[in-house]
Design a binder for this molecule. Structure first.
Ligand code: ATP
Ligand code: MG
Length: 338
């Protein structure tokens, strides 16, 4: 059944079009999205407008990655008949809602947002923060509420942004006395935050520490070889540490054979298991995760028009859904319509 005709709960998530999707997206969000698309009305937003808030110097990158990410969606199993894939910059109601919501949130509140604080630091903005960047949580509130989404499957970095959204929702609903807007809750996957291959921060397109879903077999092998382990674990015979050891973090996230991972951990801690053996296992696991995605990507790359057509169709649908919410909210606020 097409989602438009159902009363299923609404999901909205999306991705900034700043680079191809990576394994962090896969465990943090994509797996959930594929599982939920047949039981929910799901909208996926290609967040090109949000991507511009810290990439205004490189709009070509933001544009190029629209088809790239839409291809990733289809390659991991998103079905464009079940899920509406839409392009943020082509949904004018989102910009209108953002402008309205800006009046319901203070600059001080935006500056206190822990995710924004982290991101400002990791992007090295110093005091030169683009106004659009500081305000992107407001735009994200517009995104979520425009679709009347109640569930947002995301990584744990997004939790403060959903809290911010709900504050705006409560404020506006209280003022209008009408429940036009809906509060949403984050659906965090079992792996809320996959670290980058450098073991430092979250795997993130902007940090160059990713394994993309489009990685070749060689790229996967190289990335695993370079992966951070336990610096004290020099010889195989030495006891090693699991905590902070990225290779084990990845095995926990991707290896379905829990018993085998538990066994490897025990042997590693005891001493007698070398890094290269653990890395070999991880490499095999990751090759198995990515190989079918890569094969579907290759097939999709032969028909880019098919991918674009899915985005066009989804965007048209999303235009009418978001415009309806804007009309409803303007009426609830008592704003004049000519
Ligand atoms: P950028 O560096 O441009 O911000 P990103 O890699 O952080 O890119 P986003 O487009 O910001 O990716 O995130 C899209 C979704 O994927 C969000 O729900 C986010 O929480 C989730 N996500 C991103 N990286 C990870 C990760 N390393 N682990 C778990 N979830 C993640
Ligand atoms: Mg991000």
């Amino acid at each position: 059944m097409h989602p438009s005709s159902s009363e299923r709960p609404v999901i909205l998530t999306g991705d900034r079009t700043t680079g191809p999707l990576h394994l962090g997206h896969y465990v943090g969000s994509l797996r959930n999205r594929v599982a939920l698309q047949s039981t929910h009305q799901q909208f996926l937003l290609l967040a090109d407008a949000q991507a511009l808030t810290d990439n205004a110097h490189d709009p070509a990158k933001v544009s190029r990655n629209i088809v790239e990410i839409a291809t990733d969606y289809l390659a991991v199993g998103i079905d464009s008949d079940l899920t509406t894939i839409c392009l943020q910059s082509h949904l004018p109601a989102l910009a209108d809602l953002t402008l309205l919501y800006m009046n319901f949130v203070s600059v001080a509140r935006l500056e206190r947002n822990p995710t924004i604080k982290d991101e400002i630091q990791s992007r090295g903005f110093g005091r030169d923060i683009p106004a659009g960047f500081l305000c992107y949580p407001v735009a994200q509130a517009a995104d979520i509420t425009a679709f009347k989404a109640t569930i947002v499957p995301v990584g744990d970095d997004q939790v403060p942004l959903i809290e911010q959204t709900n504050e705006i929702v409560r404020r506006i609903n209280r003022q209008t006395g009408k429940g036009v807007l809906k509060e949403a809750r984050a659906l965090i996957s079992t792996v809320g935050r996959l670290p980058g291959v450098d073991g430092k921060a979250k795997m993130s397109k902007s940090q160059g520490n990713t394994i993309p879903l489009s990685a070749t077999a060689d790229q996967i092998r190289d990335a695993v070889r370079r992966m951070f382990t336990d610096p004290q674990h020099v010889r195989a015979a030495d006891p090693g540490r699991i905590e902070g050891n990225v290779v084990f973090t990845y095995l926990d996230a991707f290896d379905a054979d829990r018993d085998a991972v538990a066994d490897l951990k025990a042997r590693y801690v005891r001493g007698g298991l070398g890094d290269s053996a653990v890395k070999k296992r991880l490499e095999d696991v990751l090759q198995d995760v990515i190989a079918p995605i890569r094969a579907r990507r290759t097939a999709l790359a032969r028909e880019p028009d098919h991918v674009l057509a899915a985005v066009r169709r989804g965007t048209e649908r999303a235009q009418s859904v978001t415009a309806a919410t804007l009309r409803e909210l303007r009426a609830a606020l008592g704003l004049l319509s000519l």
